[in-house]
Design a protein around this ligand. Structure first.
Ligand code: SAM
Length: 242
């Protein structure tokens, strides 16, 4: 007999299992072939993240990167003088990241963990950044994701996101949350629209939401048109939303 559901934690784990059973995808396997032509395997930071520094929106502080992969955005933040905790569940990704960090002599605190098992200190971070992890988070984990960024961020802190656009050229399934469970698949990653992001992150002030800018070869930044980028700001406790 299977385990009886007695708590929200049991329910979330059961839904994880439901989707996992249908999936054969492994991030460790994905990262084990480093020479494949995957755009985000190149060690360049997101064009929008670089832009926030150019515009003076981000200056200095402590950052938490969720689903950091082999660390390209974490390295950029560390090079701007930030203290960076970079989390990913994949051992292979972090091995690669730590190798890059050693070669480039950059200090990043890599943490191998499922983001939902992280024990973050309350209000510790000036920036939570996620490039490409959120669209792999199943709908039933979205509340935990929101709790995580809310707990991690200082009042006035920023949350930066890069995710699939719905029906985009790089992927981004347009199925509904209900269909995820009916079909038992996220079809390689969920797609979002500006409207959906505004709804999900409605407790945050929207700084910008737009398509990622296609970068040219010589810019040394990561920029592809099939993604959405967003920057939100956590409201100060003195001005809560109702
Ligand atoms: C598309 S990759 C992006 C990697 C990196 N941010 C980049 O842009 O180069 C998504 C990453 O999210 C990680 N990931 C997905 N779900 C996760 C979870 N629940 N906890 C931790 N990492 C997760 C995967 O291991 C993978 O490295």
């Amino acid at each position: 007999m299977g385990k009886a559901i007695c708590s929200v934690k049991d329910l979330l784990s059961m839904l994880d299992e439901l989707l996992k059973e249908e999936s054969t995808f492994s991030w460790d396997e994905f990262y084990s072939k480093r020479d494949r032509n995957v755009p985000f395997f190149r060690n360049f930071p997101d064009e929008n993240l670089v832009g926030y520094f150019k515009k003076g929106l981000l200056t200095s502080g402590i950052a938490l990167e969720l689903g950091c992969g082999p660390g390209r955005n974490a390295f950029f933040l560390a090079q701007q003088g930030w203290k960076v905790d970079a989390v990913d569940a994949s051992h292979e990704a972090l091995e690669w990241g730590m190798e890059r960090a050693r070669n480039q002599k950059i200090d990043v605190n890599f943490i191998q963990s499922n983001i939902f098992e992280l024990d973050v200190a309350d209000g510790n971070y000036d920036l939570v950044y996620d490039s490409g992890c959120f669209h792999h988070i199943p709908p039933h984990r979205r509340m935990s994701y929101l709790e995580l960024i809310d707990k991690a961020l200082k009042p006035g802190g920023y949350f930066g996101l890069t995710c699939f656009v719905e029906g985009g050229e790089l992927g981004g399934s347009s199925i509904s949350d209900l269909e995820v469970y009916k079909l038992r698949t996220m079809q390689g990653g969920l797609g979002f629209t500006e409207e959906k992001l505004r709804h999900i992150f409605r407790d945050y002030e929207v700084i910008e939401i737009r398509r990622m800018r296609q970068a040219t070869e010589d810019e040394r930044v990561f920029g592809v048109n099939g993604l959405l980028i967003a920057l939100f700001r956590k409201r100060n406790a003195a001005h809560p939303t109702i």
